[in-house]
Design a binder for this molecule. Sequence first.
Ligand code: CMC
Length: 428
Amino acid sequence: MSNETLSVIDNRTGKSYELPIADGTVRAIDLRQIKTSDDDFGLMTYDPAFTNTAACKSAITYIDGDRGILRYRGYPIEELADRASFLEVSYLLSEGELPTQAQLAKWTHDIQYHTYVHTNIIKFLEGFRYDAHPMGMLLGVVGALSTFYPDAKNVHDPENRYIQRVRLMAKIPTLAAFVFRQTRGLPFEFPRNDLDYIGNYVNMTFSIGGQHKPNPVLQRALEILLILHADHEQNCSTSAVRGVGSSGVDPFSAISAGIAALYGPLHGGANEAVLRMLDEIGEKKNIPAFIERVKAGEGRLMGFGHRVYKSYDPRAKLIKRVADEVFAETGLNPKLEIAVELERIALSDEYFIKRKLYPNVDFYSGLIYQAMGYPTDYFTVLFAMGRMPGWLAQWEEMVTDGEQKIARPRQVFTGLEARPFLPIEQRK
Ligand code: CMC
């Protein structure tokens, strides 16, 4: 055996084992042979929240959390944000290479011709209560789409998977815009195939009576934000998409589960939570007291910290630049001053330094979305639209990975041993 192994001595039995190491990992299943007796189940690993467990092999996104590096298929996020379109990036994520002109033309055409959603979707949207949260609506209607495309369950047919990927990419802006209109009580604006991906979405969102003057600076800023959100390897929502998708369910249902995961305040919902936090702080003079409360464990500094990044989130760096461009167009968001000061104080405070807590992608994005005219509870819908290509690429990779099976973690049972049923009159 080569020295790419791990020697393990089980002190309970004195037996030693040699476990192969590959790609910096040992296989958890190799531990199963470590037993104290023949009827022992064998050793497992215990890893709540998967802080040190690789659940898949992936060639899509690379993150180096210590050095603040993020790459999609090898391309640095900074170059993609500077030079690519969102559709190019979405093609790159799914297909593995940047598209040629012909490939991009086909991808764009395919997406443009699937932007409409069945009009019954409007009935679902109209059925929501007047104050329904946009993310609740979005995950509902994306899940509902599975019933309009029963063919989507043919997940082992590559051509079929392609068409579902196209459908999801094409329909998410329409659904996101419809959700926006529903929350505002505005009539729905239908897709226009003469507009590009971002232009069409913005038009469906903001056009009143067919009138909308696009602002190219704001549209490119939105496109960059979508690119920055497009994938982030095995985060909570992507793991949800992979986990749910591993049951063989159609991608609409799996992606709907991803949207549900993204909704949470510790994940995509943080962009909304940041704005609420800035509102709560209200004024710069209240920042020190707020920081003290966070340090005392009374709530978190939203938009700070990351499971993987232990240095400045490279997306947050790029977003700060986008913020400058957007605010030059829209005028300064008064909350920016509070955010900048909050960041300054936090980055020089021992509590945050020691724990390596830096601003993440959500710290400044909400301020930009607000300046663009989106309401606070809508921000995470924009994150979902950006993350769609990542979810789809990861789903495709999972489906075609011969090593994957239905996801099914183990547990450490901590409950009671078997006991006899107790008739109700004997229960205390
Ligand atoms: N404010 C204050 N303390 C924090 C924060 C924060 N934002 N984040 C982590 N900590 C502390 C935490 O209390 C713990 O301290 P101690 O060691 O004394 O118990 C330590 O830092 C480690 O935290 P953790 O909870 O073990 O870290 P995690 O990797 O499980 O959590 C996180 C990562 C992103 C959920 C967390 O940092 C957090 O809650 N941040 C605020 C929410 C947020 O901004 N989420 C968006 C993440 S980026 C976008 C995305 O991908 O969704």
